[in-house]
Design a protein around this ligand. Structure first.
Ligand code: GAP
Length: 591
């Protein structure tokens, strides 16, 4: 499965066209990088979350769930460190108005380490870090304009609780769901009577006033997280045979990596990347990012981080912490918390005194994933295009002629460009890439329609009239001879089965198809559709990732069987209506 040149753009366009993801408040021009999930998008995202909850809560014996509030006491963010460290020094270009993180332009500016380590730093990858020791540059790295003095900028959204908008009611929209788990540690522990190690899972919205959001839903200001805080014993309190924190960290990294693979991400596009010491968030002893290879310029990027947070957070929210622990973790004394977030370990036996029982603050392993980001990764992985049939020679002639003409023009433009470049472009490199991709597609015809279509979307192609002509011709041929297919795992697919009548003007067929859909819908998400011919209906379902189509035809009326069509192979088999739901369920379970 290879990706077209412009796969990311095609996925964004498919998401809008088919109702996965829309720009938020679109009719008013949108609002800084927020997105709405449409009829299919909400199903897909919910399925991602459901699959996660199934794997990390229901399929394990050591996990509980939680749903804590978005608005929390401001003190949570004081003692978590967010008020102090979730800040970036920013400079603005007076000319092009672009905004940069000053510490990325120069190492001279002192700042506290970023709270989220590399992830939070990554959003200005495009800005080159300055050389060590040089003064802060006064010029914009993009246009050379003058830069303002650095100003501190907190990434948390502020709101007010209650009627008076002053400091006393100030609150934040949570920038991570994790803190809701930490401050509920004792509530969950006491109500569930858990023993270490155990974990708490939570899904929910998080908000960050990102400086440079972008790449569609990859980095947004409002997003959804799926976080686990897994509490375990510090090494000192381990009993023989118990797993230590490092083993548990490794197990979580493997388990989370395998979850993505099981749901269809190819191992070629998924990797574990341990963070370098200077990338680590200040609470972390070790973190491994799980990265996905997104199409286009985004490339390898984090979809989940598995961090060893030590006893940092539970200590930060505890009263009566010994001074040596505050110093070890570089924490301020908590004078507001009413509790010490510790665990009574009745199984512990002191090796020296033989005394039973110990109280201590557990360590935490945190697998923290983005639900919205993972949804985007699954969409990117699933997107595929296939040429299903070949146009005949006569139909291909206008396309071949248009390509030959475009290639002649390109050769001329490349020659001119290498002698006297036009500042407005396209550049000689762009023209050469275009030429090579078009030649490649041409030699593959009557296959190669998708390659030619992809070539016409390469950078610079939209500036050339002859390429626009090729694109118009090849676009029509693609509509007829190719299909887009979302190869989503059935557990994630928004719709599991579409029931389609072969003829919509045959009342007996329509009635039978509707009644089959009614029966199926009790067991799985099923839809009925008769708004086009059968070929087009199949294509529409392929494009949204529906793994099965059921076609009701004349034979159904005689022997009560239907055809069951498989999305990926397009193979069809005859199945008894009575057995249909069971057959589909088995196929989905064995996927
Ligand atoms: N509690 C730790 C924490 O929040 P993080 O690396 O900042 O760590 C965890 O975030 C995950 O949340 C990321 O791996 C990513 O999937 C998702 N995430 C973070 N910021 C995001 C943003 N602005 N837009 C979309 N997803 C985001």
């Amino acid at each position: 499965m290879s990706r077209p040149h412009n796969a990311f753009d095609k996925i964004v366009s498919l998401c809008k066209r088919r109702g996965f993801i829309f720009q938020s408040s679109e009719i008013y021009g949108g609002v800084g990088s927020t997105w709405d999930y449409g009829p299919l998008g909400v199903e897909l995202k919910n399925n991602v979350i459901r699959a996660w909850w199934q794997a990390v809560v229901y399929d394990r014996d050591d996990m509980e769930g939680l749903d804590s509030a978005i608005l929390m006491n401001r003190l949570v963010w004081k003692y978590s460190g967010h008020e102090r460290t979730f800040v970036d020094p920013l400079v603005d270009c007076r000319n092009c108005k672009k905004r940069f993180r000053a510490d990325h332009l120069s190492t001279k500016i002192e700042m506290t380490p970023s709270l989220y380590g590399s992830e939070n730093m990554a959003h200005l990858d495009s800005v080159e870090p300055g050389e060590g020791g040089k003064a802060a540059p006064k010029r914009c790295p993009e246009c050379g304009g003058e830069l303002t003095e650095p100003r501190m900028f907190n990434g948390m959204f502020i709101t007010y609780v209650g009627p008076v908008q002053d400091e006393s009611g100030l609150a934040y929209l949570r920038p991570e769901t994790a803190q809701g788990i930490f401050v509920n540690f004792l509530n969950v522990l006491r109500s569930s009577r858990r023993k270490l190690p155990f974990g708490v899972a939570q899904v929910g919205k998080a908000f960050r006033n990102e400086i440079t959001p972008g790449n569609f839903t990859f980095r947004t200001r409002e997003f959804e997280q799926m976080e686990i805080e897994y509490f375990c014993k510090p090494p000192k309190y381990l009993q023989p045979g118990e797993k230590d924190d490092i083993q548990l960290l490794e197990e979580w990294i493997a388990e989370r990596y395998n979850w993505y693979i099981k749901l269809g991400i190819s191992p070629q596009r998924l990797r574990k990347r341990p963070q370098a010491p200077d990338e680590l968030a200040h609470y972390s002893k070790a973190t491994t990012d799980i990265e996905y290879l997104f199409p286009g310029s985004l490339g390898w990027a984090e979809i989940e981080g598995v961090a060893h947070r030590q006893d940092y957070d539970l200590t930060a929210h505890s009263k009566d912490v010994p001074q040596e622990d505050l110093e070890r973790l570089k924490l301020e004394k908590n004078v507001h918390s009413t509790e010490k977030l510790e665990y009574f370990d009745e199984s512990y036996i002191d090796p020296e005194t033989g005394q039973r029982g110990a109280k201590y603050i557990p360590y935490v392993i945190e697998p923290s994933a983005g639900a919205t980001r993972a949804t985007l990764a699954f969409l990117c992985e699933a997107y595929d295009e296939e040429q299903l049939s070949q146009p005949d020679e006569a139909t291909l002639k206008p396309l071949k002629d248009a390509i030959e003409a475009a290639l002649k023009n390109l050769a001329k433009r490349i020659d001119e460009e290498s002698r006297k470049p036009r500042p407005e472009g396209p550049s000689a490199e762009q023209l050469k890439a275009l030429e090579s991709a078009l030649k490649d597609g041409l030699t593959k015809l009557p296959q190669g329609l998708l390659e030619i279509d992809g070539a016409c979307s390469l950078p610079g192609a939209d500036r050339l009239d002859l390429i626009k002509k090729v694109k118009a011709i090849v676009g029509k041929l693609c509509d007829e001879h190719t299909r887009v297919v979302l190869r989503l795992h059935p557990a994630l697919a928004p719709i599991k089965v579409a029931v389609l009548p072969l003829k919509k003007n045959e009342p007996a067929i329509v009635e039978k198809a509707r009644s089959i859909k009614q029966t199926l819908k009790a067991r799985m998400r099923a839809v009925y559709d008769d708004t086009a011919g059968i070929g087009k209906l199949y294509r529409r379902q392929d494009e949204i990732g529906t793994p099965f189509c059921v076609t009701v035809d004349f034979q159904t009326l005689q022997d009560d069987t239907v055809t069951l069509r498989h999305r990926d192979t397009m193979k069809q088999e005859r199945v008894k209506v009575q057995e249909l739901a069971g057959v589909i369920e088995r196929k989905m379970a064995d996927w």
